[in-house]
Ligand binder design. Sequence first.
Ligand SMILES: N[C@@H](CCC(=O)N[C@@H](CS)C(=O)NCC(=O)O)C(=O)O
Length: 202
Amino acid sequence: MLTIWGRLNSHNVKKVVWFADEIGLPHVRHDVGGAFGMDATYLARNPNALIPTIEDGDLTLWESNAILRYLAARHAPALWPADPVERARGDKWMDWQFAFADAQRDAFLQLVRTPDGQRNGQLIAKSAQATGAAMLVLDQTLAAQPWLSGVHFGVADVPLGVYAHTWFTLAIERPDVPHVRAWYDRLRERPAYARSVMIPLT
Ligand SMILES: N[C@@H](CCC(=O)N[C@@H](CS)C(=O)NCC(=O)O)C(=O)O
């Protein structure tokens, strides 16, 4: 049985829990990180003092997108194309997600984790501008294909799928990105996405 460590209000943990659920992989999750803290046993598993970490058989693994790739390769190969060209086309969005996350961090921290009255409007506006510009890039790709993985849903949709929910939920100015919106609406129809990702931002 797969074990996942990490609190569910973490974007990086949501990716792993959603994907495990998506592929029907039985798992158990333990709250770690943030207010839950990290004990010495956890830090021995992940000396970076970050979440998530998984254990699957003999393997202990951290780095959320590496975890996703491993789970797909091991348990759901149909969701990670074997063809190197097809795989690379989706894979790049998994790396691109980290820059998107950096751009979105200020808007998230200010609007979700900073009390009203103490928020920095400039930081929010800058973050909204940067994420909006990035979403316009994503929109071009999703104008030509339904999923970031290509013709079918796959593991490459997962990292940005998590951040897209935050982007569409935050009270920020957003450019018109109809193809990103349609992709997000398709994600929202997936029960596992609704269970692990479409939860209140905290
Ligand atoms: N690149 C790492 C980043 C992990 C990361 O930054 N995790 C955050 C939560 S999203 C964390 O551990 N924060 C400290 C904490 O929750 O205590 C990954 O993708 O797994």
